[in-house]
Design a protein around this ligand. Structure first.
Ligand code: TYM
Length: 382
């Protein structure tokens, strides 16, 4: 692999990602200071994932804010394709989505694609994926969305309410499009060729603009949606894209469930496992010896514990800067930085487990009985 080469598709993320180049290749817009200022004015504050540039790319975000200010509103849509247990990277777009929902009081649709991974890998059995799906839904509910304004649905279950619209959507997407956009070829099963139509359908749930928070790997779907939406009488979707939470081993690629378990922190990891994984595997920007580190300082830009603190685990700018400066100056050692991260992850996971317990009672509202869920089960889409 050439030094600067990388791959980002919905199925694979590898290499050292040049996010500016990726944005140019994908044809998405940047999130500039002006846009951040506008968001801050509307929301009263900025989520650290926005102010620190972790959400770095967008499509039509300006139009979403225009619609909001004109009183038309917009709705949010995001999703998850369950295969195994979730890792902390999967929570990144969800946590940001919760913030957007709180700030904008927007309806939110969460698509659980229990069909997608089944089609993607022959080894998966339906029952095992359904078990992962139930589990994942609990983790998602634990993020703390508004139960009256949020509809979490499983593709295999909600399909009866959308099948005609799904067909209408799929009629607009040709085989040559999915070959070009997703790299499908002659050996791809026809279920997988059809699937992108289902990922587009929730963007049509309301007759106003849809905003999708997700990592940048999902953008190819939105390109397809934007090509066909208007011809179906709907709006082109907007999107706001994040970078990837890097794997423990280094700032290349993304944390992923299909890579080895030692590359990620799972939501089910206990305290000891978290400690072992971080101490053993987390790539450090520190120097090989304490002496050298004291003298030369560490490099936070390539240090995974620092990156994780900056993305997810240290919301306070002042504290983060202190850690950054102390590490650079060699005052803070690698082991000490790792210890800070371990403590943060473990308290985050402890809270998550508690919220997950409470969420068991809320699942029904999100999926069937809350205000939005009830409305959605009463609706059919053509
Ligand atoms: P899935 O299950 O692969 O990923 C779920 C969400 O997590 C994001 N993500 C990450 N974000 C930050 N760092 C990481 N290391 C990381 N790994 C994954 C993904 O971008 C995604 O937002 N096809 C989708 C399911 C889906 C969906 C959607 C996602 C259906 N409709 C609408 C987003 C928006 C999938 O398999 O996601």
């Amino acid at each position: 692999m050439a030094e600067d080469s990388f791959t980002v598709t919905p199925w694979e993320v590898s290499g050292k990602i040049d996010y500016d180049k990726l944005r140019r290749d994908f044809g998405t817009g940047a999130i500039d200071d002006g846009m951040r200022e506008r968001m801050k004015k509307i929301c009263g504050s900025l989520h650290p994932m926005l102010s620190r540039g972790f959400f770095f790319s967008q499509r039509d975000l300006k139009l979403v804010l225009d619609d909001h200010e004109a009183g038309k509103g917009f709705f949010l849509y995001t999703g998850r394709g369950p295969s195994k247990a979730m890792h902390i990277g999967h929570l990144v777009p969800l946590i940001f989505t919760r913030w957007l929902q709180e700030k904008f009081k927007a309806d939110l649709y969460i698509e659980i694609t229990d069909d997608e991974k089944y089609l993607f890998k022959r080894e998966y059995q339906w029952e095992e994926l359904q078990a992962a799906t139930r589990d994942n839904i609990l983790d998602i509910a634990a993020v703390g969305f508004d139960p009256e304004r949020t509809f979490i649905f499983k593709d295999s279950e909600y399909v009866k309410n959308v099948y005609p619209l799904l067909l209408r959507t799929s009629r607009k997407i040709t085989h040559s499009t999915v070959k070009a956009v997703f790299g499908f070829d002659e050996s791809t099963n026809i279920g997988l060729s059809f699937y992108p139509a289902y990922q587009a359908v929730p963007t049509f749930f309301e007759k106003r603009r849809c905003l999708i928070p997700c990592a940048i790997d999902q953008d190819p779907y939105w390109r397809v949606q934007r090509d066909i939406a208007e011809s179906l009488g709907f709006m082109k979707t907007a999107a706001i894209h994040s970078k990837f939470l890097p794997p423990l081993q280094g700032v290349e690629g993304k944390m992923s469930s299909s890579a080895g378990l030692e590359t990620s922190i799972l939501l089910t990891d206990d305290e000891k496992t978290v400690k072992n994984k971080v101490n053993k595997y987390a790539f450090s920007g520190g120097q090989p010896t304490v002496e050298e580190h004291r003298k030369l300082g560490g490099n936070p830009d390539i240090d995974v514990p620092y990156q994780w603190l900056s993305i997810l685990f240290e919301p306070e700018d002042k504290k983060l800067k202190q850690i950054h400066d102390d590490y650079r100056a060699g005052k803070l050692l690698t082991g000490e930085l790792k210890a800070i991260l371990i403590e943060r992850i473990n308290s985050f996971l402890k809270e998550h487990r508690e919220r997950r317990k409470k969420a068991e009672k809320e699942i029904d509202s999100f999926m069937y009985k809350g205000k939005l869920a009830k409305e959605m089960w009463g609706r059919t889409y053509y």
